[in-house]
Design a protein around this ligand. Sequence first.
Ligand code: CDP
Ligand code: MG
Length: 149
Amino acid sequence: MERTFIMLKPDAVQRGLVGQVIARFEAKGCKLVGMKLMKVDRALAEQHYAEHKGKAFFEPTVNYIMSSPVVATVWEGKSVVAIARELMGSTNPAGANPGTIRGAYGMDISRNVIHGSDSVSSADREIALYFKTEEILEYDKAGQEWLSE
Ligand code: CDP
Ligand code: MG
């Protein structure tokens, strides 16, 4: 089953949005298989955003996700990578659809509430950065048969 890595960024935790954001993934039908509140150190932050090294927003973005605790999560489901990106909305909350998480809760690209993997291969890489194998739990979730064939 496909998995994705979702991080509730420091602004989500500081603004008390953790429950509301998690609720959207649960309501959609995504299955929570990993979750922790943690501080991101510089080495991890730089690995997380390695693809953006050299860009003007790299250093501010690394500092942003190190600035205060985040909630790191892993979700499972059919096409969950693409579904999560749809739930999140576009990178800049100023122009994101207000029905999306970034559109509903954010004002500015530098504080956009949430991170989500952009592909299955990014998800594999990011999950491995943040979670040990044994921190991803396998369990049967009630009602899965009502979500897809
Ligand atoms: O997070 P997403 O995949 O939607 O966007 P990205 O292009 O991979 O950029 C990663 C993160 O860098 C964004 O989520 C923002 O936090 C930050 N960023 C920024 O602050 N200013 C930009 N012009 C672009 C990205
Ligand atoms: Mg990205």
